[in-house]
Design a protein around this ligand. Sequence first.
Ligand code: SD4
Length: 320
Amino acid sequence: MKWVMIATWRMAIEGITEAAEDLKNDGYSGEAVEKAIKIVEDFPYYKSVGYGGLPNENCQVELDAAYMDGDTLSIGAIGGITDFKNPISIAKKLSKERFNCFLVGAGADEYAKKEGFHRINMLTDRAKRYYEKRKRKTVDKGLSPYDGHDTVGIISVDKAGKMVVGTSTSGLFMKKKGRVGDSPISGSGFYVDSEVGGATATGLGEDLMKGCISYEIVRLMKDGLQPQEAADKAVSELNEKLIKRRGKSGDISIVALNNKGEWGVSTNIEGFSFSVVSEDEKPMVYVCNKIKHGKTTYDVASEQWLEAYLNRIKSPITFD
Ligand code: SD4
């Protein structure tokens, strides 16, 4: 069986590159997804996942994560957890529980503490500075602070055909305390079934949840659609439905993978990037154009794009 990992955003490339070594050596999807997401969570310059993630409106980092096993359909998820280093590992551990496998807030904190997960202050000086700058530019001027989105979601199929999906995010920047997005919600932020395939989303959780978008894509693949067709169909239908019924649609970007190792992506925004590695594809970043006439197109990220990305995420935060 051909092994493949596909992930939302450029930020996952280092993680999937390392985890691919395991898949190459008969490793299993669960370990690979956890390892790749931990690498994203640990990198302080990614401002929407793990350490360095941007805080809520009270300047507190609250993290959401989920893990799903496509063989057993087991799910573990956490919402609004604070000050734990690797939310994905807590979600993975919870997926072993028969009951109480989705914990939020104080209950999630208590569980993680009891299970001995690594605790650290997740708010970096850089994230705090960014918060202060943004607050002055938006909230203090009566403007909406909500924009941008960068949840990491990774789907893997290993040599044995086992599929796993994981997500991790600090959620919507400046969100209300206690707000939980789509990322830990089964069917919305993620879904996987090893007999079919998986999908994972990033974007405005409040809108992604209105279409249970990840489940919808897996359902369409089960009906026989290729991942690319399923992704484009589900994204364009949800986008159009939201515009028709509500006047606008939030950001919707997804990646999908079937159990044969074929993948697809779709997005209603310009510049959504994603990362892929497989048995016959070296680790690669792509950048998408937004869906047009029901089709999403993408290109390999240029050297220039990759360099500009690194400069942007590391640029100093100045107050002007
Ligand atoms: C959420 N989907 O919490 C996430 C946001 C996202 O970076 O993708 N954030 O709504």
